[in-house]
Ligand binder design. Structure first.
Ligand code: SAH
Ligand code: SF4
Ligand code: F3S
Length: 451
């Protein structure tokens, strides 16, 4: 049995034998980034990415367990592959990501069709795991490596114009509704020097924009004490990257220093801030263990707009958290009228295993949650359509990402992260151009390039 693929590049490149691999990805950008990392490793092992599961000899489902629905999706997707497995005895099926980390051996026991379970800390063990599985041994690799430093290099096959760079992993906040601290483990930050080197290497490969990723990027702290604001400043001054974005922020860690650095480096650090509020009521926030009140949050938002008048804010909201009364829910609606969110993701509370809130006794009935969710979404629709209109007639700086030969249009993003479509050519990819907006909707703007 092969246990150390790193020691032999020859054996590593032999494992795939040119076979097809299909990865389906659920969940957040961490998972998207992990899927890209897995695909890069698999290509190094001589697997070939395919676009349909029936062309694959290896299928990996990169799962999410943030709410109940995505967990169900994993179970139903594995079930769909039963037929394929009967037709192709060589086919191996793995589950990676947060459900894998959460369920470990139980997942393999529940769904015998699965050949391997790969936890969120085990992505880089994929070559070894696949080699063992191909030798016929089922594998569960889902132990947290709490003591290991967080040393990884960004692995992307075709980074294009814009790409993700992980800066932290895990989360120590333990919001009472959230499973992430259990599925991603304790928080770790990558060394500053690695990040500077990584971004410079991406720049050499033609990347113009990076999005720094972490569950709570604001609590980044390098081994030498560099905080997140200082990291942004260093990336702005010490690398050739044109645009820097980041996600996700936590309101309790969003400092004045960070706002100042964003203002000082506004030519590089984009003015789009995803600042999840979760609820507009301070009692609910306390029971969520969020570490800020409604007033704290409003003060943060005010400060951001004072220093960064062009900033765009987006948020996440949970409705129907245990014990949330009608009055407390109304506070969320009034907060939405106070903070001009251009983008908003709202969720009905979903009890998650291991979390504190799942054990709270005053759970809100499903029909109440659905009704509240509908009200949030209706209000957001109204607000976001009105906010979008301010872009009509303005000129925005747009970094072009792709060209569609069928429509002759290009798509790019403005500094505030709006998707902008306009007539252009393939040569524009990677260029930053001025676009005058003539039609604006909450998620999409249309315009013409200013020559
Ligand atoms: N790290 C980020 C987001 C993590 S998950 C943060 O701190 O905000 C993304 C979003 O999913 C959360 O912001 C929250 O709104 C939602 N979410 C997390 N757990 C949930 C649950 N149990 N039920 C419903 N929504 C949840
Ligand atoms: Fe979950 Fe809270 Fe951590 Fe975000 S900050 S990942 S919501 S525990
Ligand atoms: Fe889902 Fe895990 Fe991300 S639970 S939202 S894939 S961190």
């Amino acid at each position: 049995m092969q246990t150390d693929t790193q020691s032999s590049t020859f054996s590593l490149t032999q494992i795939g034998q040119g076979d097809g691999v299909y990865i389906s990805t659920y969940g957040c950008q961490m998972n998207e980034n992990d899927s890209e990392r897995m695909m890069t490793l698999l290509e190094m092992m001589n697997f070939r990415p395919v676009t349909s599961p029936d062309q694959a000899s290896l299928i990996i489902i990169n799962s999410c367990s943030i709410r109940e629905k995505p967990v169900h999706k994993v179970h139903s997707e594995v079930g769909k592959y039963r037929k394929l497995k009967n037709l192709n005895p060589k086919l191996k099926i793995g589950v990676a990501g947060c459900v894998a980390q959460q369920e470990k051996e139980n997942l393999k026991a529940d769904i015998p069709l699965i050949d391997f379970v790969l936890g969120t800390d085990a992505i880089d063990r994929l070559p070894e795991v696949v080699a063992r599985v191909r030798d016929g041994a089922p594998v569960v690799a889902a132990r947290f490596e709490h003591q290991q430093p967080y040393h990884i290099e960004t692995l992307v096959r075709n980074p294009g114009v814009s790409t993700f760079v992980n800066i932290t992993k895990g989360c120590d906040n333990f919001c009472t509704f959230c499973i992430v601290p259990f599925t991603r483990g304790r928080e770790r930050s990558r060394p500053l020097k690695h990040l500077l080197d990584d971004v410079n290497k991406l720049v050499e490969r033609g990347v113009k924009e990076v999005t720094l990723l972490g569950q709570n990027v604001n609590s980044y702290e390098s081994e030498c004490g560099t905080n997140f604001a200082q990291l942004l400043a260093r990336l702005s001054t010490d690398t050739g990257i044109e645009r820097i974005r980041y996600t996700t922020s936590h309101p309790k860690d969003f400092t004045d220093e960070l706002i100042d650095v964003m203002a000082e480096h506004s030519h590089k650090v984009m003015e789009y801030i995803h600042l999840p509020v979760q609820s507009g009521n301070s009692d609910v926030l306390a029971r969520m263990n969020r570490g800020y009140t409604r007033e704290d949050y409003l003060a943060r938002a005010k400060r951001i707009f004072e220093r960064l008048p062009q900033a765009v804010l987006s948020t996440d909201l949970i409705v129907g958290f245990p014990g949330e009364t009608d009055e407390q829910f109304e506070d969320t609606l009034t907060l939405m009228r106070e903070v001009p969110y251009e983008n908003l993701f709202a969720f009905a509370y979903s009890p998650r295993p291991m979390t504190k809130a799942a054990r709270f006794t005053d759970q809100v009935p499903d029909e109440v949650k659905s009704a509240r969710l509908a009200r949030v979404l209706d209000l957001h629709r109204e607000i976001s359509f009105a906010l979008a209109k301010k872009y009509e007639g303005t000129t925005l700086k747009v970094l072009v990402e792709r060209y569609d030969s069928e429509t002759g249009r290009v798509q790019g993003r403005s500094t505030q992260n709006k998707s902008v479509y306009f007539r252009g050519s393939e040569q524009l990819i990677g260029a930053t151009v001025d676009v005058r907006i003539n039609e604006a909707f909450p998620l999409v703007l249309r315009g013409e390039m200013v020559l």
